[in-house]
Design a protein around this ligand. Sequence first.
Ligand code: GGG
Length: 325
Amino acid sequence: MTEEIAVVPGDGIGQEVVPAAVRVLEAVDPGFSFVEAEAGDAVAAARGTPLPESTVETVEAADATLFGAAGETAADVILPLREAVGSFANVRPARAYPGVDALRPETDLVFVRENTEGVYAGHESDLGEGVTTLTRVVTESASRRIAEFGFAYAAERGADVTVAHKANVMRTTDGQFLHAVDAVASEQGATYDTELLDAMATKLLLDPSQYDVIVCPNLAGDVLSDLAAGLVGGLGLLPSGNVGAENGLFEPVHGTAPDIAGEGVANPSAAILSAAMLLSHLCHDGEAARVRSAVEAVLEDGPRTPDLGGSATTDAVAGAVIDRL
Ligand code: GGG
């Protein structure tokens, strides 16, 4: 049976790396059909809304979505799209690849980021007279849900869990988060460590090998995973999956990169690896493994884009990946 993949490139380099990833998906040919939908800053300018209802419907109806990047309208695009697929967990693997110059070549960890609440729940107010506020939402149910997901994810991989938080300052919200994690761990007989997330940023930089699976609230996961990208060679290498429900949305961790957008030299590896996560999600494990191996081979000795010290184009790297499938 043909599975339908919604393709939403979004803004900036999303317009370049997502077509490259689609080329790779077409080449491994798991029997997908693709339906493209628009979202982002350019759509907002042209149509008055960054996320047309037709795009939400396309994403809801698809078996999975490949997303690119969101710019100024990120809050109005990526957060509702994650909601549209019913996702509550943003899984962000960060690993160093042979052949890539990495600050910390021993890095091999996965962020399991709660992606429905925290400070990204969207409750901001302008009270006037220069005063603005933001309400941080942390519920017991969402905290339990991400803890259950994180412990199960780690158990499947025989990995240890570290929980990042800032409960010494955000006592009520991260206090509840930690309490929920602890309750789930007790019920499941699971073990875990905790780290204050600011201290963890330093420890990640100095010795990432001490971490396997990092379960964290929304903003902490967004920031710490970008830090981890810096350990392995840059944002062009980190894929992600918004999962938890049957449907899933897969996107590179990077944003729109306006400094290089339009030049055709963005690194497509993160988008192609996100496509591999999509393949795994839809149980095409053989194809997912082929895509991962091909990306690894190209990173080791193939053409590379300028972020990795080369001069190859996005299309040339995608073509090299296809050649090695
Ligand atoms: N592809 C990732 C992306 O578009 N990042 C822009 C951004 O602001 N993301 C916020 C988030 O991941 O929650």
